[in-house]
Design a protein around this ligand. Structure first.
Ligand code: RNT
Ligand code: ZN
Length: 418
């Protein structure tokens, strides 16, 4: 038995004493896919013909070396990141990452044919695919609105784009046999006081109806709507606010996407999980780390991320809360950023699965409230790290600290050569 196995055996006993079966927790963990956003790889640039700046309220800062210049390099980087992240994975794509082979294909012209090579890649890498429309970085979005624009020409362009993206999502789901979450986030909104809020929201509602009018099997594609508090340039009005999308999702059987950077800094997504689950088909998570604002810093294993995972597990909702990441930091090694964020999320999920829930719940039911809080506190010093490292090794992925050397090696061998 090597050291890590020994440590695991010790930890297993400790957890057993508080009613937790670590083997079962790891078995569960090994079945929950994490959706990893591809856009950390290249600062949300994509490989379209156009070189229009990001816009839409999105911003990356930093210029770390070795940014991939084509799809092959991006995939190479994702593959490297995947070797550092244990368990089943999905790659979350945007249309700007289509395989256009140097051709100019506008957003209202894209189709499954531009994503065939991604399906091949996903099959080879045993991954699922999630998808989104890309409404930013395009001249048709200069006015700040897309699918809710008052100009019919503009909104129809984006509705067509969004419909095609949904068709592509269905294609991903059917070819891979893994449900694709089709997540719609649009930047629609205004910098300053707007009188036509109701008008824009009515237009958006109808646009969504149109986008979702085609029926696809839910085993292939599940639709999700991502709300936002505000964006750069849309500080005063965001059409797709939480209230708007929640109501739409509840009425139309859609998922809500909670991006942890899209709320007031003191507002907790963890408390929203159990609040919306009774009414919604499910939740998609974009785990991000906002610092003072929606800054999209690399996700870490914060108290809130742990609490989110605990709420999912406590609600028995691991089957209908879809876990994904969303951050873009171009100031540090991008592969390292992916690994930190994804590993943090999986670690937090493991902590949740290792919660001595039966003991704590019993205290709660008996009204022993000091004991409930006491056990919650005591569980923080349980040897979860030993279980995590064991899980990494069993999944063929380097343990904590060891993965860092892998990234440095890749930086020297691949990024420095680009
Ligand atoms: C933007 C949203 C959205 C994007 C990606 C690129 O604020 O979070 O999810 O980050 O679609
Ligand atoms: Zn997001």
């Amino acid at each position: 038995m090597n050291n890590m196995q020994k440590q695991y055996e010790e930890a297993r006993k400790q957890y057993q004493d508080v009613g937790v079966d670590t083997d079962k927790a790891l078995e569960k963990l090994g079945k929950i896919p994490i959706s990893i956003h591809c856009w950390q790889g290249d600062d949300v640039t994509g490989f379209e013909y156009s070189d229009i700046a990001l816009g839409g309220g999105l911003l990356t800062t930093g210029n770390f070396k070795g940014k991939p210049r084509n799809l092959l390099q991006l995939r190479q980087d994702i593959e490297k990141a995947f070797t550092l992240i244990p368990g089943p994975k999905k790659i979350n794509l945007h249309p700007i990452y289509g395989d256009f082979k140097g051709k100019k294909v506008d957003r209202d012209q894209i189709g499954p044919e531009h994503f065939e090579s991604w399906v091949d890649w996903a099959q080879k890498n045993n991954a699922g695919i999630d998808f989104n429309p890309t409404t930013f970085a395009h001249k048709m979005a200069d006015g700040g609105y897309t699918i809710s624009d008052k100009d019919k020409k503009i909104r129809n362009f984006w509705i067509e784009h969004a419909r095609r993206c949904r068709e592509i999502s269905n294609y991903f789901g059917s070819r891979l046999g893994k449900t694709c979450i089709y997540n719609i986030w649009v930047q629609d909104g205004a910098k300053d006081t707007t009188l036509a809020k109701y008008e824009h929201r009515m237009i958006m509602k109808e646009a969504l109806d149109e986008i979702f009018s085609e029926k696809y099997p839910e085993s292939n594609v599940l639709d999700a709507l991502e709300s936002k508090l505000f964006g750069l340039g849309s500080e005063s009005f965001t059409v797709g606010s939480l209230d708007f999308y929640l109501a739409y999702a509840a009425q139309n059987g859609k998922l809500i996407t909670f991006d942890t950077g899209h709320f007031h800094p003191t507002e907790l997504v963890s408390d929203k999980i159990s609040a919306v689950l009774p009414f919604l088909k499910g939740i998609m998570l974009h785990l991000s780390r906002g610092i003072r604002w929606d800054s999209d810093h690399v996700t870490i294993m914060s108290d809130e991320v742990i609490e989110i995972m605990k709420e999912i597990v406590r609600a028995g909702a691991t089957g209908r809360v879809y876990i994904g990441t969303d951050f873009f930091d171009s100031s540090i090694n991008r592969i390292g950023a992916w690994a930190i964020g994804a590993r943090a999320v999986i670690k937090a999920l493991l902590v949740a699965l290792l919660e001595p829930a039966s003991v704590i719940k019993k205290y709660e039911d008996e009204g022993l409230l000091f004991a409930r809080l006491g056990m919650l506190e005591d569980s923080k010093t349980m040897p979860f790290g030993a279980v995590w490292n064991y899980h990494c090794l069993a999944s063929g992925v380097p343990a904590d600290a060891a993965w860092i050397g892998e990234v440095l090696k890749y930086e020297a061998e691949v990024l420095d050569e680009r």
